[in-house]
Design a protein around this ligand. Structure first.
Ligand code: AMP
Ligand code: MG
Length: 402
């Protein structure tokens, strides 16, 4: 039976993973392709945004002081002296007191004017406009540079670019965007019992789940998965696959064979090409995890049970990908709720319990680590710290969403 005399706490395992993960290479991509990539440099505004003081409504640019006391019954009468043309390249002349000009939404406010009277509260009479509400200075306008000032930092490096970020990049003139190049991460699935997905397993064989689990996880975090297939538990085929992966990838994930049994090959394979730093983490599920370096590249040995593999990807391997992509902003999405059942836990290991969010609260799904069904029945996991003996019914808990 496998023995883990020394397991390291989760935080230490994460520190080791962080230390051995190389920083990303930079790539300049067209703005069109930048969505969801990780920004590698701080971005500053090249110009004031907006570049001119503009209206946020359709209506009349006025001197706010002219509208003091205006009401439905006693409107203020202003002389209409012109219209602002959208996109005009020359500035309007200054607005004399007692007059107004028509400005559509987004149009430029002339000097002197300091508020916009919405068209809904005005009436036109020939070349005069009746304003029926008083306006405060600055009402319904955005000042030049109010959104961003020229030279101001608008986006910080390390963030995953959202549609809103892409809009800001467009406004600030960045047609090419410095992002991290996706690291190539090899995936090797080991096990004599594994068959490809398109085969029906016979006897005690099972389909290779982890290749695809790892693959989609890598894609979710912006790494490029490269599959090295199923490898039998014999040193030659293992070595061939690992050496191929190390030759072409920036990091490698190996599923299976990560325990401490004599038949488990992963640790020895890494050791002979570098160093094993961690073999066994105080994590449940996910104890038989290996963190090492082979030919100078990070290699993580994942437990074979798919549900354990998934937790190790989330809790440990995620940090490798965050490091290798320069991502400093993605943190798991959490929601809060009240626990509907006691969760017992052994002290000394950090435990992740899959849960379902229901109308009656947060319901733990106590699955054996080999079971896949809880992965799809659950919405996420609750983390129980290593020092805790569990969580009682009625406690407010945080669910890390899948
Ligand atoms: P191991 O750590 O190699 O002993 O694997 C532990 C358990 O996980 C065994 O029951 C394996 O059959 C299962 N397992 C290992 N690799 C995979 C995989 N790629 N897909 C599905 N199950 C796996
Ligand atoms: Mg195995």
């Amino acid at each position: 039976m496998s023995i883990f005399l020394t397991t390291v706490p989760v935080e230490e395992a994460i520190r080791v993973v962080r230390d051995i993960s190389p920083p990303p290479d930079e790539e300049l991509v067209p703005l069109e392709s930048a969505y969801n990539r990780i920004l590698l440099r701080d971005i500053t505004a090249d110009i004031d945004i907006p570049g001119f003081t503009r209206s946020v409504v359709d209506g009349y640019a006025v001197h706010s002081a002219d509208t003091t006391g205006a009401g439905e019954a006693i409107p203020v009468i202003l002389r209409l002296t012109g219209r602002a043309a959208m996109g005009a390249s020359v500035k309007q002349p200054p607005l004399p007191p007692g007059s107004c000009i028509y400005v559509p939404t987004g149009g430029e406010i002339p000097d002197g004017a300091d508020a916009m009277a919405m068209i809904e509260y005005c009436e036109m009479l020939g070349d005069e406009v009746l304003v029926k509400r008083p306006l405060a200075a600055g009402e319904n306008i955005i000042f030049k540079g109010e959104d961003f000032r020229a030279g101001e930092r608008v986006l910080e490096r390390g963030r995953r670019l959202s549609p809103g970020d892409i809009g800001v990049l467009a406004a600030t003139g960045h047609s090419m965007v410095p992002v991290s190049a996706a690291p190539n991460v090899g995936i090797i699935s080991t096990g004599n019992e594994l068959v490809p997905v398109n085969e029906v397993p016979t006897g005690s064989r099972v389909r290779d789940v982890n290749t695809y689990l790892c693959r989609s996880f890598l894609e979710q975090y912006g790494a490029r998965p490269i599959q090295f297939g199923i490898v039998r538990d014999d040193p030659e085929s293992f070595e061939t696959a690992l050496d191929n992966a190390l030759a072409t990838c920036d990091a490698v994930l190996i599923s299976g064979g990560s325990s401490k049994d004599d038949r488990d090959l992963t640790a020895g394979m890494i050791q002979s090409r570098g160093e094993v730093f961690v073999h066994g983490i105080s994590l449940a599920p996910g104890k038989p995890t290996i963190i090492g370096q082979a030919n100078g590249k990070p290699v993580i040995g994942l437990p074979g049970h798919p549900a354990s593999t998934f937790i190790v990807l989330l809790v440990i391997a995620r940090h490798m990908i965050l490091g290798m992509t320069g991502n400093t902003s993605d943190s798991p999405v959490v929601v809060r709720g009240v626990l509907s059942e006691n969760i017992p836990s052994a002290r000394g290991r950090e435990e992740y319990v899959r849960v379902k969010i229901t109308g009656k609260g947060i319901v733990p799904l106590f699955g054996k680590s080999g079971l896949l069904n809880t992965l799809v029945k659950s919405n996420g996991v609750i983390r129980i710290p290593a020092g805790s003996e569990g969580i009682e019914t009625g406690t407010e808990v945080e669910v890390i969403l899948w």
